[in-house]
Each structure stands twice: as C-alpha cells, then as structure tokens.
Design a protein around this ligand. Structure first.
Ligand SMILES: *Cc1c(COP(=O)(O)O)cnc(C)c1O
Length: 429
C-alpha cells in the first residue's frame, strides 16, 4: 500500500480478498475462536504466536479496519478501541502509571482534559499543561525527570488552535519521550503527524472517519519509530519483563514496530476491555471508504461559512485557521496545506445570550454534542461539553463562554449560509 495515494488506501486499504472471498470486509460476529489443540492455543496466551482467541482482545474485522487506518497515517501498527476516550487513555496509560508525569497542551478536547486532570490524577499521574503557543523555553520547563510523554491535538476541539507538531516533537525527543498527537479533526487526509515527528497518533473515529454519526469508536496508531530500548529506564513497562506473560519484554520480542501496540492490546485491552464491536468497525470502514471525498467538501463548506461569518457585523470573532487573519493561519499553511477541518468557532457580539438565540433559530443546523457529521450541527461548549470547567479553565482552553462551535456538514454551502443569515437576523445587536 505504501506507494499508493491516500485516496486509494481509503477505498481499498486493510483488506485484500482472495479468490471467491467477500468483496466487502466480513463482520466476524464471534466472541471466540476455535482451536484443535490446547497447546496451539497456549502459544497465543504466551504471545508466541499471533492469532485470535477472544474478541475482548482482538477481532479480525477490527484488525482489517485498524490496518487501513495504519496505512492512512503511514504507521507501523494500529488498534481500534471502543471510543476516542479509550484510545487516548490507552495510549497514555500504556506509558505512564502511578508516580509518573505527562506534559499536555492545554488546548485539547474537554473529555481529554477531564481524563487527564481528574481521572488520571486519581491514578497518581501528574500533568503539566502548556499553551500550544508556548516558547521552546516554556515547553522545556514543563518536563520533569518522571515525564513519560507529551500530548497534543493537531487541530484542537473546540478551540481550533493548531499544534506546532515539530516544536512539540523536538521537545519530547530532547527529553527522551514520545509525542502523542490526537489527529481526530485533521484526519490523515489533511495531516499525517508522523511526517512531522509525532510518534503515536490517536483518533476519535466517531468523528470524520465514521462521518455519518453512526458508531462511537477510537484508534491508536504507532509510527514504530520511537526507540524504547534507548530509554529503557524510563519505560519499564515496555523494556522489563511482564510477569503476566511469563516475563515477555515487549520492546525486545516485538521490536520498535510492534512493542507499543502489542503491549496495549495484550495488557490494557485484556485487563480493561474497551474493544470496539466488529459491527461498529464495519460501519467505520464504510466511512473510511469516502473519507478523502468528504473531507474536501467539509473543508470547502467551512471555509465559505467562515468567510461569511467573518464579514458579519454581529460576529466579533471567527476562529478558522483557513482565514488569513487567523493566528494559526501560518501554522495551518505548513501542517494543513490542503485544508483543515469542517469546524468553525465564532463569538457573537451579544455573548452567551445571543449564542442561545442564534442556535435556537437555526433550521438546517441542529444543536448536538457532536462534530464531523454529514449533517451540520452546532454547540455552545461552555454550557455543554465544557461545563465542568471554571471560567479560568475555559479561557486557558481557548473556549470563551459565548463561543459557538459549528460543524459544517456536506450540504450545499449556500443553504448553510442562508440558514445562518436568518438565525443571525433574530439575534439582538
Ligand atoms: C470526540 C473527541 C474525543 C473523544 O472521542 P469519543 O469517541 O467521543 O470518545 C477525543 N479527542 C477529540 C479531538 C475529539 O474530538
């Protein structure tokens, strides 16, 4: 697949049927798998052979779809998870445990912010949040001897800040740790973080990859480039024997290319069990088949909406990195030359109240806790996804109270703009 264009990988990656086999990927709707001898099955439990024995850990349908996502990102190994939350938790918890520390961009998805700052804190994992616009010195100062990873989002949901992936990768590598990038909003169509130095990529496949609001899911892709053994003291989970598998050393047995995903599957999926259902993986694959076609339309619609809002007197501010006066325009030109995503954020002159009137007046665009759907939808993060955060935290995350996040779907742009125009007419100045 490596020499094929990304469009072709979207359509045909991950599954190549043999003579007489199903053209569409088969849904292996089975919890378990049959073996003729106990010895053969035992080898799977010792990680001596790869194969399927129980769908809590692995399922062939999921692996076909994971292989496609792996090909899209240009990675070495990948796995699906039950949600984007599970993907981010597994990716981080695979490296950091009690007594460890992580560095994360402060401009990230609210669910990930809670995961890191509340739930992972309860597990004894500390965090230092840094601005996505921090200087090299500020970033450097965030590291501690027990730092295990750096985390950020290519395009942050919902603040729409763009991460300087090269800057964050450089800092991470200088401190002997990998950079994990949540690439949900950009998708590999618009940005492949491995090409800029990221080591691990995560996705909420619930968003553009699915694209139709059908199934919640996540994915983790490993570039296979981080040299765990070169930092063996920092990553005992990968570089020291795992007692739960007769002392296997993941980085030794599976190498740079296989260690991270194998450990994540064999250990975390086994013990925590956040597997994606094969049926959901099938739906996800249907979405992936048209991802390259849809992303282009999402981006063009968002650009048209952003330009319209930018010129509107009732709108004080529009965040869309495709607008030349956006603070992230230059970074977007570098990392997202073909387009960013379909999401536009903006603030109305009338603040929280105006946002409410505006959203209630929309006819085409629905109010939903969702983005990246074929149908346009919108949300006021401060009163929904981010309502646990204080005003101060909201500000740090780049999400002021009156912000409206609009996810432009695949409708005709003129119809979307007409809908926005009539809703803005109802808003008091
Ligand atoms: C939605 C989202 C998540 C969480 O994914 P779920 O599939 O809802 O669990 C994580 N990161 C980003 C950037 C998201 O947009």
């Amino acid at each position: 697949m490596k020499d094929q264009h990304i469009d072709t990988r979207c359509v045909q990656g991950g599954y190549t049927p043999d003579n007489g086999e199903p053209r569409q990927i088969p849904i292996i709707q089975s919890t378990t798998f049959k073996y003729t001898s106990g010895e053969e099955m035992g080898k799977l439990f010792d990680l001596e052979k790869s194969g399927y024995f129980y769908t809590r850990l692995q399922n062939p349908t999921n692996d076909m779809v994971a292989a496609k996502i792996c090909a899209l990102e240009g990675g070495a190994a990948a796995m699906l998870t039950s949600s984007g939350q599970a993907a981010n938790f597994y990716a981080m918890f695979n490296l950091a445990g009690c007594g460890d520390h992580i560095v994360a961009s402060s401009s990230i998805y609210g669910g990930t912010y809670n995961l890191i700052s509340v739930t992972m804190a309860r597990m004894g994992i500390e965090v230092t949040f840094v601005s996505p616009d921090c200087t090299d010195e500020e970033l450097d100062a965030a590291f501690r001897p027990n730092t295990k990873l750096v985390f950020g989002e290519t395009i942050a949901n919902p603040a729409l800040t763009v991460l300087d992936i090269e800057q964050f990768a450089r800092a991470a590598h200088a401190h002997g740790v990998p950079l994990i990038v949540d690439n949900t909003f950009a998708t590999p169509i618009n940005c492949r973080p491995f090409e800029w130095g990221a080591d691990i990529v995560t996705h909420s496949t619930t968003k553009y990859m699915d694209g139709h609001g059908v199934a919640v899911g996540g994915a983790i892709v490993d570039s296979g480039r981080f040299d765990w053994m070169a930092h063996a003291d920092r990553f005992p989970g990968l570089c020291q024997p795992d007692a739960s598998y007769h002392g296997v050393i993941y980085a030794e047995r599976f190498g740079k290319e296989g260690a991270f995903i194998t450990k994540c599957t064999a250990q975390l999926m086994r013990d925590l069990g956040s597997i994606q259902s094969p049926q959901s993986a099938f739906y996800l694959n249907m979405g992936l088949e048209s991802l390259h076609v849809r992303m282009d339309r999402h981006c063009r619609n968002a650009e048209a909406v952003a330009v319209y809002l930018h010129a509107h007197p009732k709108v004080t501010h529009v965040s869309y990195c495709g607008l030349p006066d956006d603070p992230y325009y230059a970074r977007a030109r570098k990392y997202l030359p073909n387009g960013s995503c379909g999401v536009v954020s903006f603030e109305l002159k009338g603040g929280r109240e105006a946002a409410s009137v505006f959203m209630n007046s929309l006819r085409l665009a629905a109010i939903e806790t969702h983005v990246a759907d074929a149908r346009t939808c919108c949300l006021n993060p401060a009163t929904t996804t981010h309502r646990q955060m204080t005003d101060e935290q909201l500000k740090a995350a780049g999400v002021p109270a009156g912000l409206v996040r609009m996810s432009c779907g695949l409708e005709n742009a003129d119809d979307l703009i007409a809908d926005i125009a009539q809703a803005l007419e109802k808003v008091q100045d």
